[in-house]
Design a protein around this ligand. Structure first.
Ligand code: CKP
Ligand code: MG
Length: 313
């Protein structure tokens, strides 16, 4: 296994009408999404092996999510069904061309009931990387403990930890989020914050100062996402900006960060230097924004290479 990740996936509802308040929407299309399974799917598309640990409600939506993620080729052998809680849902409204609003219906969901007893440490030990995000610890105290246990185990087993803070203000208070995200960022080998998340965590705005703040906090590399501009990297091997790929028409920005994580991880697994791995991340992130849905735009290596060489149509 190259990468193991753990977190909640949900059914995503999007109004079919392209604009207007959701209260007037009669028809919805549905897709499957969740930051961690998005990353696992992205990795599989790029030719890697990925496993996803989670809990789903023992209901129709839970069955659908499992089939979908399994169908994408992700190992789901560590996913459990819960008879006493439902699968989470969320809704995504398109407000403007590159702005979306998300509403969650995930409180007390099956995934929020994950406990550290759900973790099979031997499963994590088999991976090269453990991928975690700041969404999972925001779901419940037992989820936070589960993530911590997974990280501690990964570190003791020599599995590298990659952490995307993925700040979700709707899920917890800012004070608690800052405290928990900083702790996890300090335990990770590589941190993948968006620049706004980095500013939220350290109260600074200059890229170099922020990069150094993550290194001083304990990480060995930070890859900070700058949207269209690409990413700023701070690491022993390389520090500086890795420019992004221009996208003329952003169809749906949600999921770009997960695509970016999958691209960077894919490069690192393939033994690329960090700068080239981040270029791959930028490429995948850009391609995700060009398709509707969080995983629909994730490319295979051939399409990604074509896109990065600019002859993508
Ligand atoms: O940071 P991203 O836009 O890449 O993350 C999107 C995902 O897990 C999305 O799939 C949604 O389900 C979520 O983040 C979330 O819980 O907000
Ligand atoms: Mg993100």
């Amino acid at each position: 296994m190259d990468v193991i990740t753990l977190g909640e996936s949900m059914v995503l509802f999007t109004p079919k009408a392209s604009s207007g308040l959701m209260r007037y929407a009669g028809d919805f299309s549905t897709k499957i999404a969740g930051a961690e399974s998005n990353v696992a799917i992205g990795l599989v598309r790029l030719g890697h092996q990925a496993g996803w640990i989670s809990r789903l409600g023992n209901d129709e939506f839970g069955r659908r999510i499992l089939s979908f993620i399994r169908g994408e080729g992700v190992d789901v052998s560590e996913v459990k069904f819960d008879d006493s809680a439902s699968t989470g849902l969320f809704f995504k409204e398109k407000l403007t061309a590159d702005e979306a609003r998300v509403s969650y219906y995930r409180k007390d969901s099956a995934a929020s009931k994950m406990t550290s007893a759900d973790l099979d440490e031997a499963y994590i030990s088999k991976a090269k990387y453990l991928h975690i995000t700041g969404i999972t610890p925001a779901l419940s105290e037992s989820c936070r403990e589960t993530v911590l246990k997974a990280v501690k185990h990964a570190k003791s087993a020599g599995v590298k930890v990659i952490f995307d803070p993925n700040l979700r203000r709707k899920l917890w208070s800012e004070t608690r989020a800052r405290e928990v995200l900083l702790e996890l960022a300090g335990m990770a080998d590589i941190v993948l914050p968006g620049v706004d998340e980095a500013e939220f965590l350290f109260g600074e705005s200059d890229h170099e100062t922020l990069g150094q703040a993550f290194l001083d906090n304990g990480a060995s590399a930070v890859i900070m996402k700058l949207g269209k501009e690409g990413a700023y990297v701070a690491s022993e091997e390389f520090s500086g900006i890795v420019p992004g790929f221009p996208v003329e028409d952003v169809t749906d920005p949600v999921g770009a960060g997960d695509g970016f994580a999958a691209g960077c991880l894919s490069g690192l697994i393939d033994g690329l230097a960090i700068k080239e791995a981040v270029q791959r991340g930028n490429g995948v992130g850009a391609m995700v924004t060009m398709a509707d849905g969080d995983v629909e735009g994730l490319p295979d290596l051939k399409r990604l290479t074509n896109f990065m060489q600019r002859d993508y149509l």
